[in-house]
Design a binder for this molecule. Structure first.
Ligand code: SF4
Length: 464
């Protein structure tokens, strides 16, 4: 067994613990509530925790006051994350006072930072369970230990492993996530992820294809997003990401295939061609640029240049007709000058992103950038973010105009209740289209013609 995989005996032990808890709960129908912060990785981890809880006999509730088990799956990426998490955990004290048998757990990336986890454990003695990102496969045993009267503090420092075969309770809908790899080796100087998610490790290609087959054929999903911190460095004994994409593209019944996130330094021409040639792969790529200044990119340890990024954009646009590119951008990185910012603004104008997620740099303790000289004052960061957002808005609106009169297929996701009720769904390019209709359309694909544009979306009419 490859050391990066959790062995079968450990997975069997998790199932045995699930069985014992099920027996212990007997006819009781306890509820669970999970609050998830952060990225899709965390969302998907919560789906695994939910899968195990449902196998134990718990039922999901959206009302935390009615829950018998509450989990906070935390994130440490966003600013003030710690303050927000501590505040939310503090609120549970009253619920716990009314229901002393309530089990309260805190897990996820923030807890993988041991010092923060210790602080939380000391401040909130009523928290029963604290565990990190590498303990998902022993979650049933942790619950059992709490049921036996113990308090759990379990955070392993391992580089991380892959646990196959645990139950998953996916969010309802028609679109779902499948992890293809975990961790990150890149150590961008501002980012905490490599410290809390461990080193890069890829799942077996065959396991991924099987999982996609299962979610499509047994669970009815038609759109799958392959997930990883840096999918472009996926490597299962020589099977690289373009090949994996081609393998998943063959799954019968699958209609749309997406992936995220791509690191520009690893985006190959081969992947661009796989996107062009695989009929189910959507014409969209999320390609975080972070800055348009080569000096700042170097300080960020991104290992590509502005010129390289623009070459990638050209390659994508030449070979994948209609492709939309979305991105992440940080302003106010240590030492950023007006000139650096201008480089970023000009890159945004040049690329014409269909959407860009913009952030003012904020310190993540333990990272290289946190120790850099030349930290930018908050007011300056705020002002730069405002300028960036204005340019993003201006280019995104321009990017919508090209859709006028176009025809394409959307997957209806829901009803928009603001103003005149409309149904909404996405084109393969991820562009949201609003159309007239009703709830019976949810989960179905419709051919539409674009008849108008809005700030962030477009309006269309159904033609088929
Ligand atoms: S690629 Fe960089 S930004 Fe993305 S998770 Fe890894 S270290 Fe963080």
């Amino acid at each position: 067994m490859d050391p990066k995989f959790v062995d079968k005996k450990t997975i069997d032990e998790a199932y045995a613990a699930i069985g014992r808890i099920r027996e212990r709960l007997g006819r009781a129908k306890p509820n669970y509530f999970i609050e998830t912060y952060g990225c899709q990785m965390n969302e998907h981890d919560s789906e695994k925790l939910a899968g195990m809880l449902e196998a134990m006999g718990y039922t999901r509730t959206d009302d935390r006051t009615k829950a018998d088990l509450i989990l906070f799956n935390t994130c440490c990426i966003r600013e003030h994350a710690e303050k927000r998490t501590f505040g939310n955990v503090g609120f549970i004290k009253e619920i716990k006072a009314e229901n002393p048998s309530l089990i309260l757990g805190v897990c996820g990336c923030m807890m993988q930072q041991k010092e923060v986890a210790k602080k939380l454990a000391a401040r909130f003695p009523f928290v029963d369970m604290i565990f990190g990102t590498n303990e998902l496969h022993i979650f049933p045993q942790l619950v059992e230990r709490v049921m036996d009267g113990g308090r759990v503090f379990e955070i392993k420092d391992t580089e991380g492993e892959i646990a196959e075969g645990l139950p998953v309770k996916r969010c309802e809908g028609f679109s779902t996530f499948v992890n293809i790899m975990y961790g990150c080796n890149n150590f961008c100087s501002y980012c905490i992820v490599p410290y809390v998610r461990g080193r890069e490790r890829s799942r077996r290609a065959q396991d991924i294809v099987e999982e996609v087959r299962r979610v499509v054929n047994d669970e009815g999903y038609t759109e799958v997003t392959l997930l990883g911190q840096n999918v472009n460095s996926y490597n299962d004994n020589g099977i690289r990401f373009p090949e994996l994409l081609r393998m998943v593209n063959e799954v019968e019944g699958l209609k749309r295939l997406r992936f995220m996130t791509s690191h520009p330094k690893d985006l190959s021409h081969e992947l661009v061609m796989a996107m062009a040639e695989c009929d189910k792969v959507c014409e969209h790529i999320h390609l975080p640029v972070q800055s348009g200044s080569n000096r700042i990119l170097k300080l960020m340890n991104r290992r590509y240049t502005r010129e390289h990024y623009l070459d990638l954009v050209r390659d994508l646009r030449e070979n994948v007709p209609g492709v939309e590119i979305t991105t992440d951008i940080i302003v106010g990185f240590p030492t950023e000058t007006e000139e650096d910012l201008e480089d970023t603004l000009s890159l945004v104008r040049e690329v014409g992103f269909s959407a860009a997620y913009s952030f003012a740099y904020s310190v993540r303790e333990g990272t290289v950038a946190a120790r850099m000289d030349g930290q930018i004052p908050e007011e300056v960061k705020k002002e730069r973010l405002k300028r960036l957002n204005a340019v993003i808005a201006e280019t995104a609106v321009g990017a919508n105009d090209k859709y006028m009169g176009m025809e394409g297929e959307i997957l209806i996701e829901g009803r928009d209740l603001r103003g005149e009720p409309m149904m909404f769904g996405k084109l393969p390019s991820l562009k949201m289209v609003y159309v007239k209709g009703d709830e019976s359309m949810i989960g179905k694909y419709y051919k539409v013609r674009v008849t108008g544009t809005r700030f962030n979306s477009i309006v269309g009419e159904i033609i088929d």
